[in-house]
Structure formats: structure tokens, C-alpha cells
Write a protein that binds this ligand. Sequence first.
Ligand code: 3H9
Length: 705
Amino acid sequence: MSADLVEYTLRGRVAVIRFANPPVNSLGLALRRALAAALERMSGDAAIDAAVLVGANGTFSGGADIKEFGAPEAFMGPSLWSLNSMLDESTKPVVAAIEGVALGGGFELALSCHHRVALSSAKVGLPEVKLGLLPGAGGTQRLPRIIGIEGAINVMLGGEPAPVGLFAKSPLFDAIVDADLITAACGIAEKSAAAVAAGQPLRRIRDAKIREPDLEGLLQFARNTAKTAFKDYPAPLAIIDCIQAAATKSFEEGIAEEQRLFKGLFLTDVSAALRHVFFAERAASRVDGLPKNAAVRTVESVAIIGAGTMGTGIAINFLNAGIRTYLLEVGKEALDRGVERIRATYDGQLKKGKLDAGKLAQRMALLVPTLDYAGIASADLVIEAVFEDMAVKEKVFATLDATVKQGAILATNTSTLDVDRIAAVTRRPADVIGLHFFSPANVMRLLEVVRGAKTAPDVLATAMALAKKIRKTAVVSGVCDGFIGNRMINQYSAQALAMIDEGASPQQIDAAIEKFGFAMGPFRMSDLAGNDIGWHIRKRQYAEGKISTPAVIADALCELGRFGQKTGAGWYDYKPGDRTAHPSSVVGKLIDEKRAAAGRPIRKLESREIIERLVFALVNEGARILEEKIAQRASDIDMVYLTGYGFPIWRGGPMRYADSVGIYDVVRRMRAYAALPGADTAFWTPAASLQRLAATGGSITGGAA
Ligand code: 3H9
């Protein structure tokens, strides 16, 4: 038994087995070995009658060690099944004492114990579904036996940790206590040992019978919900199958079914992608060159420059986090409109029951509208959200430099412009950073944190910490045109437009990529965001010589004033008050005219080509972004696309998707597109890193399994 993993102490005739594997006591092979040894010692220890299992580090367990998945250790004995069987076979009672969280395999371990006691602040759950898995260590068989079918379906399909109080009416916990967890657990252990000594059998969840009068109805309802709500995910239906087995078969048969389905899910690409996302999410918060506990600046107030859609959306994030927020505009009318927009958003939430009147009042009280830069001089952080134009931004930053207190962080919300140039108009470029929010800024999870050449480490660390506080997924980007997300989307959009030139229709392209899993195709997306935004950026890029082939049809569309939903017409037609996109005869005619004028032959494009050209355009630019160290790691690029651009989560992001296709084949297909008549061969030249990986058989995300 490894002493540092498991501590075995005696409290009278009860062994307290405290297990540790920081930070969350995940049940990796070494810990499983140590726990098995402790259970064996307990069983052969004549000096004790019972045991208490408790996690160190203030928590029970975060479950199986996900880092081990994909390595042989994951299934090496003793497995979680072995531990649970040892508990089943034990003749001495074992009590799980739960604080912090008991999740996944950790909760399943607790369910195999004979008794459970929890601190009232603890949470339990079976989040395997979020990893594309099912609870594979007996959870699908034991949980329905102790909390019933309906409750078990909710826990397993929801995957969210639930406060233990939620189960107070079920026999799941023997006791829920506010303090003295170990004392309570030892008390239960002693009582149980006395009952055993008096000849009573040990209580095991596996022996309980499920009584559910409407089993068929409940399962049918759950299956229908799973088919619509989790259409691309195989785990939910497999979970329901296991629950059905729990209710209709013996415990052993149910366990066999659970293991069979678990192993099948484990091998799916969806699960591998979701496991990649789990680690990608956490990796994104790590900044190269910054220690985990880097110094941060205090941010007690934030000022937003610009009360338009973006500025007000950004403000709402800080108001929600309880931070005093100044909103600055140059004109009173625009300022009033901005305040009104914020109030209307909160009113909407109030009506939907997502916010109560007290909270609404609290949040609005934190909002300080102002027309004067002197009014924001004391702000700790200023975020500029004005028109996307370098001259306008430079003017704002010069004013901020002259008026805002020293030590404040000065941030720009630019989506494409050079943050270093903006910083250079100030005398404090080390305090300048990009904070690129995505529209609607109060809803979208992504925040690109743009690290300028001179951005100070504590400014960067503060931005990352603040992102967490306002519940954003922050991804660090270096400075380049469009940063990570928009630089890549430009290539994707360029392909979408090229395919229109070649013969596809906007609706065909949208339908193909939406079937692939994108929330919205490029043309519906552009109509939603406003076609004029891309037009404005293109015009600047034409002037800077960054685009060699003009987007003739897209430009002509904007010249007609078809900016998208906001003008009732874009790539599609819209009826007033309705966001449904209807194919447009005007656009069809425009496309025909421009194609005829270009004199290019038209051909039919298959869905496969549409999908590959769109996605591989992202991959190629992503690889270049990595080579230039604009992104720190491939998984950061995936996080940008998952949280900001509607890339299907179950595919793990563009870079992970490229790995699942195989880089060799990605490169091969790029070369095939380069060979098409009239193709942009420079566009389809695979990035050097992709060529290298194709030759060596490597993976771009580092092979996270
Ligand atoms: C399972 O149990 C399968 C079984 O049914 C059957 C098996 C046969 N493993 O989230 P945080 C790391 S599947 C390995 O930032 P928090 C995490 O990567 C498992 N590592 O902290 C991070 O590392 P780093 C079912 C894990 O306080 C660090 O811990 N269980 C695991 O915000 C801190 O994580 C789950 O799906 C793990 N299981 O939240 C639970 N868990 O510092 C997944 C965490 O290097 N975990 N790490 O980046 C969670 O939900 C949260 O991490 C938790 C803590 C609530 C535990």
C-alpha cells in the first residue's frame, strides 16, 4: 500500500481510509492499487469491525482518471470494477464519507459502499455523458436501485453535479451533516458493525429491487428526448438501455450490459473528441510563460467606451459579476439607448424567470452612464468598443492615455486591427491588451485575449482571471489580422464564396455544413452578423493589398444594401419579425449575372467537397497560426471554434477533426483541391507543419485520446 496515496488510521474499531491523488483524487491505477490494498488490510484486520472511506484534499473523488484513458493503465487491475466487487464481498461495513464532490467513478465507489454520509455542501453526479461515456463502474445499475428510474435518468443524462440535499428524501444518504463528517461516518460504521454482529445482513444497493409501475412509459419518454436533444451523441441512448437492464435483469446481467456498452462508447470518435474538449477547456487557461499563480491587478470597476450592441453586451457581463461598470458615449441619445438596451435585456430575463426583481435592481445600480472621459478616470479596466476603424480607435486610446489613472488596464475589443499599433499611441503600451468579445457579448462564451508585443504579464494574468469571473472561455492569441478566430473564418468564407463562383448556391453550402454539425452555415451566419461587417473589413484589406481576388458577388450584394437580417435581405430574404431564411430570387439572379460576366464554367459540387473545402480551409490556416505562434496550442484553436463559431462540439473542433480524419488524408485532399481547374493553388498549399505531420504520421493536437 502506498503510504502517500492512502492513509490508514484507527478510530476505535473503525479504520479510516483516507485516499489522495491531487487535485481531485481521480482513481488512477496507482490509487486503485493502494485502495485495494487498504480494503484487503481492513478485511484481514482483526482489530477493526468497519471502515470509513474518505477523500483527502477536501473532496471525495472526481472519478476515473481521464488522463489515463487511452493508455493501458485505464483498464489494468485492480479496476474500479475490482474495487466495487471487493466492497460487495466485504463482510465488514464500509461507509463513504463525502465532502467536495463525488463524481463518476468516485460516486460509483460510494454507491458500492454499504452506507453514505455527506457534508451538506457536497455534490454528487455521474458526468460521464459529457465525455461521451456512460457510468461504467456499476452506476447505471446501482443508482436506479437507490433513487428510482426517473431520478437516475435525470442524473445520468444531465451529467451535472447535484447538491446532496436534492436526495435528502431518498435512502441514498444515511445522513447529511453540516460538520464533523468523520465523526458522523464513524458513528454510522459502528452502528452498522453492531447490527452485523447481531446477525443482520449488510445493506448493499445491488440487492435492492426496482419498483417502477410505468417503466415502459418512462423509458420511451427518455429515449424520445435523447433522440432529439442529443441527436449526434450515442451515450444517452446507451445509458437508457443500461437503466432498462437494471430494471428488468439480474444485477450481474445488468453489469455485463453496462460493461459491454461502456467499452463500445469508449472507442467512439465522439467520446475521444469530448475527452479532448475536457482537457482543451482547462489547457486554454494556461498561458505560456506565466506561472499559475502570477500576480494580478485589482479590478473593482470597469469602463466600457461605446454603448452600441457590443459595448452594452460587454457591460452586462461585468454587471452580472457584481462589478461597478461605467458606460461612456459621446452623445446623450446614444448613451440613453445603450442604458435602455441593458435594461431591456434584464427585463427579458425577468419575464422568463431567469432573474428576480431584486437582482435586476442590484445590477442596474452598478451601472454608471457617463458622457465624459473624466467620469471614468478612476476605472481599473477600460474596454474600448467603438467603430472598427484604426483612426477612431487611435483617438480613443490617446484620450484614455491622457485621462485614465496610471495602472489601469486599457483594452480594445477590436476583432481584426493591430493591437500593437493601438498600444503605440499611448505612453503605456505594457498596460494595453486586446479583449475580443463575440456578439452577442453577454451570451457568447468565447473571449480572445490578445497579447500585444509589450503587454505586461500581470495585465495578461488579470485578463485571464477576469475572464473566469465573468464566465468566459478565454483563449490567448498573438497579434495578427483577425487573431485566431476571424483570421481562420476569413479563409472559410473565402472558400464559401469561391464555391458560389464555381456553381454552388448559398442554401446548398449552408445545408451541407449544417448537416456536418455547424450551428449555422456561412451565409446564414453572415446574414445574422451583418454582411456589411465583412465588407468593411474586405475594403480595408483590398486597400492594404491583403486580398488578391476580390469577392465580387459578396461586394455586389452589399452594394445593393442587402446587409442581412437587419435590412430584411441578405444572402436570403426575410419576412418582417421572422428570422427564417428564404432562398432569394434576387440573389440567384445576381449570382447568375456575375458568373456569366466572369465567364467561368459552372459545375455541380457534392456535399463532401463543400464540407472538406470549408473545414480544411480552417485547418490549414489554423496550422499556420500555430506555426507563427499566434495560438499557443492546437487545442486553443479548437476552443475558439467550439465556443465562438458553432463548430460541433462532438467533433472536438477543427484541429481535432483533422486528426480524426488523419493529417495524411487532409493533406491529400488539399492537394486534390489545388489540382481542380482554376483552383487557387496558393490557398491549397498545405501548411509546412501539416506536410511534416502527413509524412511522419503525427497528429496536430498531440494525440490526446
Ligand atoms: C469515469 O469516472 C468513468 C467511470 O464511470 C467508469 C470507469 C471504468 N481525471 O476542472 P478543474 C483535473 S469518467 C483526471 O480545473 P474544478 C483537471 O484536468 C470521469 N484529471 O477544477 C485539472 O487539471 P489541470 C467522470 C481530472 O475545481 C484539475 O483536475 N468524472 C479529473 O473547477 C482541476 O480540474 C468527470 O467527468 C479526472 N476525472 O472542478 C469529472 N477531473 O490543473 C470531471 C479533474 O492539470 N471533472 N481533473 O488542468 C470535473 O468535473 C471537475 O474537474 C471537478 C473539479 C468538478 C472535479
